[in-house]
Design a protein around this ligand. Structure first.
Ligand code: CAA
Length: 379
């Protein structure tokens, strides 16, 4: 039987306790006010969650990818906004610096992120480069000892609060993905500005920002990884990021299932709790089965990451399935609540809206299918 290790169970208990007692009571207010939950980020830092997989030497908790998946699921089961803040910070900012950074870069940029003193973001997407990530136009030119960066990034999670951005720009004349490099951009660098903040359908407590770089100057040593290898840095990062989003989707779906189970036992129609009707039982059964299937795919991808083998296909599979299962589960949870599912007095309305993004960001479901099919056809 697949089971968690003692360490993984300990993390599950600790984060579940935190999420249910401290995050859940704040979720409704975060959703109503669209506020960034700085207090919860501070508490997650105290629990070591802002650098889950970062080695202790660099300020992190040094835990494995399964612990990370568990942490994001537990937080997201209480609040999808807080879940994505945690996920984008860990997967998209800490992970690429931990993997590709020099010791000097880790000392300067990773330590504050992993210890939670600073929040991180990932600047890849542009107005005309979403799924086609190799089509970015932002340019970086090395002039003397500095990189000068010009361009615009959009849809950047944590973009408003971040102190450090792992950002991608064209530094070489080569076309498509071959001309890209990755950079560590401090958000207080001259020429860096936060632009438009998006108003969204869900996950409204996390910021989604435009980043504007106008002759933005960063030190030459802030190149992350090798020159011209930025696309691979991005793809490596997104393999891990998709574990985070799958975990967010599993968490949101589980939150919706738990709410639906509780509601169906309390709600009386035709003289008995609606949980006694098979129509409701079948919906609950399908939700629970799909959530467990999604979690097993998620833990398999995380276990492969831990084992150090290529897991791009498995990561795409878990993200694809978990996101679509979350959409189905939250739709059913709203249906079980009837009219009460459509109003804000019950959490399923929020879970329904929060689930929708999981099949879009960090690669749409269509891109996940492409990654899976490409891998199958190469095997
Ligand atoms: N790991 C390492 N290398 C990889 C890789 C991976 N997972 N995937 C591809 N590569 C390498 C390939 O081997 C290839 O290398 P060579 O040039 O040496 O042959 C190179 O990268 C190009 O690969 P492809 O030809 O497959 O590239 P492509 O242009 O066809 O694109 C894609 C592939 C899968 C469609 C990719 O562009 C992609 O993943 N797009 C989606 C982007 C995405 O997820 N964006 C989300 C942004 S983050 C976000 O959502 C914001 C947030 O804040 C939450």
């Amino acid at each position: 039987m697949f089971d968690l290790s003692e360490e993984q169970k300990m993390i599950q208990d600790m984060v579940r306790d935190f999420a249910q007692n401290e995050v859940r009571p704040r979720a409704e207010q975060i959703d109503r006010t669209h506020e960034f939950p700085a207090d919860l980020v501070k508490k997650m830092a105290e629990l070591g969650l802002m650098g889950v997989e970062v080695p202790e030497q660099w300020g992190g908790a040094g835990m494995d990818p399964i612990c990370y998946a568990i942490a994001v699921e537990e937080v997201s089961a209480a609040c999808g906004s807080t879940g994505v803040i945690l996920s984008a910070h860990n997967s998209l900012a800490c992970a690429p610096i931990a993997k590709f950074g020099t010791d000097a870069q880790k000392e300067k940029h990773l330590k504050p992120l992993a210890s939670g003193q600073a929040v991180g973001c990932f600047g890849l997407t542009e107005p005309s480069a979403g799924s086609d990530a190799g089509a970015i136009k932002t340019r970086a030119e090395l002039k003397g000892k500095e990189w000068i960066i010009n361009g615009t990034k959009i849809f950047i999670t944590n973009g408003k609060e971040a102190k450090t951005c792992v950002l991608f720009a064209r530094s070489e004349d080569a076309p498509g993905h071959r001309g890209m490099s990755a950079f560590i951009v401090p958000t207080d660098a001259p020429g860096f500005a936060v632009g438009k903040l998006e108003e969204k359908l869900g996950i409204v407590g996390s910021s989604t920002a435009e980043l504007v770089l106008e002759d933005c100057r960063i030190p030459g040593e802030n190149l992350l990884g090798e020159r011209g290898q930025g696309f691979k840095v991005a793809m490596f990062t997104l393999d891990g990021g998709r574990i985070g989003i799958a975990a967010q989707a599993v968490g949101i779906a589980r939150g919706a299932l738990e709410a639906a189970v509780a509601f169906s036992k309390e709600r009386v129609q035709f003289g008995k709790p609606i949980a006694e009707f098979q129509a409701i039982q079948w919906m609950l059964a399908d939700m629970a089965t799909e959530i467990d299937a999604a979690r097993l795919l998620l833990w398999r991808a995380a276990a492969m990451k831990k084992a150090g083998v290529r897991y791009s296909k498995e990561s795409a599979m878990c993200k694809l399935y978990a996101a679509e299962a979350a959409e189905r589960a939250t739709t059913k949870a709203v249906q079980i609540h009837g009219g009460y599912g459509y109003v804000k007095d019950y959490p399923v309305e929020r879970f329904f809206r929060d689930a929708r993004i999981t099949s879009i960001y960090e690669g749409t479901s269509e891109i996940q299918r492409l990654v899976i099919a490409n891998s199958l056809l190469k095997e």
